[in-house]
Design a protein around this ligand. Sequence first.
Ligand SMILES: NC(=O)c1ccc[n+]([C@@H]2O[C@H](COP(=O)([O-])OP(=O)(O)OC[C@H]3O[C@@H](n4cnc5c(N)ncnc54)[C@H](OP(=O)(O)O)[C@@H]3O)[C@@H](O)[C@H]2O)c1
Length: 291
Amino acid sequence: MVVDHQVILVTGANKGIGYKSVELLSKSHPESVILLGARDENRGNEAVSKLSANNVHFLQLDATDSKSIDAAVQTVADKYGKLNVLINNAGIGSSSGGLEEVKKTFDVNYFGAQRVIGSFLPLLKKSREAGEDARVLIVSSEVGAWSHNLQPEDLQKVLDEVDNLSVQQLNDLSQDFLTSVQTDKKSMYDWKDLFNGYGPSKTLVSVYGRVIARELKGDGIVVVLLCPGYCATDLNNNSGYRSAEQGAESINYGLKVKLAETGGFFQDGHAQSIKSEIPEAMKAAIAKHQE
Ligand SMILES: NC(=O)c1ccc[n+]([C@@H]2O[C@H](COP(=O)([O-])OP(=O)(O)OC[C@H]3O[C@@H](n4cnc5c(N)ncnc54)[C@H](OP(=O)(O)O)[C@@H]3O)[C@@H](O)[C@H]2O)c1
């Protein structure tokens, strides 16, 4: 069955920015089906009931589990026959360093994004083939832009030449970063870490977004990178100075971005650079965190 209205999926939406994104979308797109993705069935269903919106439905999806993603794709295919908008929002921070923790962060923020987006691409392409809108919104972070700017020149040169980069090369770079975390191993590049792997995971997911934007432009699929800004959520022990709702508004702007702007990075509707200096005000906080 293919439904007439738009089908929008937000991953990691049982709380935080993802939850607020679903709430805003349920109001701004009353005709659309909004799928609230969550890895935990109870937390997902609770979030849906809290919203009490009749166009919001729970979809079980764990970004680290291919079986869960395949089942989610099958459910969307069976129930709706297509997907118009995929908001890849699920993400985690790392409270401590160490290889295992950093690997977990990469497994959700970088490899998880790739698993989810790759698996839903056929349904997105189906929407385009039917002449409908199809887009991928990747919730990245300004922290990824700061981390990008911290990297040594030879690595930045590779990351910046998006036209020559493949997803496989980015996966190899991700592995190289993980190698750099192991003190007894020699990595190819002299990686600089920021927030225990969180920064590099967001740098790489942003570059991944730019690479697939280039690859999918011919199919008419828009890919947008977004930063919600520093919002008070569980990810940062509610230390952010913006609300999750402001973050969600910043994310949902991605629905308005045109194909000509595909691969762009936006916050609050404004185009951002893919790499930027750490603001002075953040430097002290970062130094404290790195102690
Ligand atoms: N808050 C900020 O200041 C800020 C700034 C820049 C970017 N971001 C990005 O915004 C996104 C949302 O973060 P948030 O601040 O809203 O954090 P949050 O409140 O901690 O929410 C994170 C969401 O991701 C889900 N999640 C974690 N691991 C998952 C997995 N393996 N599969 C599926 N879902 C998973 C969580 O589910 P559970 O409840 O089951 O753990 C939760 O629903 C993240 O990508 C984050 O990096 C946040």
